[in-house]
Design a protein around this ligand. Structure first.
Ligand code: C5P
Length: 234
């Protein structure tokens, strides 16, 4: 895969006009566009449809987390409304029946998207996991446990921190996709990310795709920022 194809841009923006402009500028320099909760709740399905129509790979970061029947219904609804979605995700903590229902619904679509599972949000650290969520093992142990569960349920891969990518790769093998937010070029602002590392380190750890938002979309020159990261990966 060419280095630039590893980069996924989260279009975390409050309106479609801004997202469209960012996607148009960055498309030749990156691998995919991600529509997450902010843009989807601002612009809805047309945001997905319009981006798919440009020929871009589109990852709908839906982060579905509900009972199996409801999650399956959501996957069926969005894949029918937006044929050609590249990737969609669910929370692995919804459990095995929910993940299996999501996979079955995706497989039933005319154009099946990849289905991946969010493990532990990259904004959570070990202390929060322990004190707030009663997860007594390390973030890496929890992530690997959830990744193995996702793989058993037929998911194509997981979302995790690049700090856990090597452990996931060792546990789940070479073909399981690892998508990592929590990527920060050296010297850039961490924002709310807690378990983060550099683009180069993320790929060396085994990440397939890097979700890199604010260091690119918030830069004075987003195209230059994306190109610099692709060069770092080459
Ligand atoms: O701007 P930044 O690079 O932090 O953006 C990261 C993106 O990845 C956001 O769109 C966020 O919703 C998403 N994400 C994340 N952590 C996860 C899953 C998704 O940061 N575990």
């Amino acid at each position: 895969m060419a280095p630039r194809e590893r980069i996924i841009i989260p279009l975390d923006m409050p309106d479609l006009a801004r997202a469209r402009a960012m996607a148009t500028a960055l498309a030749p320099h990156v691998g995919a566009m991600k529509v997450g909760l902010e843009l989807f709740n601002a612009a809805g399905l047309p945001a997905l449809s319009e981006l798919v129509a440009t020929g871009a790979r589109v990852f709908y970061d839906a982060k579905l987390h509900d009972i199996p029947n409801t999650v399956a219904g959501a996957v069926r609804a969005v894949t029918a409304a937006v044929p050609g979605l590249w990737m969609i995700n669910v929370h692995t903590t919804g459990g095995s029946a929910m993940m299996a229902a999501a996979v079955e619904a995706a497989k039933g679509a005319e154009h099946s998207p990849l289905v991946i599972g969010v493990t532990v949000l990259t904004s959570l650290d070990a202390q929060q996991l322990r004190d707030e969520l009663s997860v007594s093992c390390t973030p890496a142990e929890q992530v690997v446990r959830l990744a193995e569960l996702a793989q058993r349920c037929g998911l194509d891969g997981v979302v995790a921190s690049p700090l856990e990518a090597a452990a996931i790769r060792a546990a789940c093998g070479p073909d399981f996709l690892i998508v990592t937010p929590g990527v920060r070029p050296a010297g850039s602002d961490m924002g709310d990310q807690r378990r983060a590392t550099t683009p180069r380190q993320a790929v060396d750890n085994g990440s397939d795709y890097l979700v890199i938002g604010r260091p690119i979309t918030g830069a004075a020159d987003p195209v230059a920022a994306a190109r610099a990261i692709a060069e770092e990966l080459a």
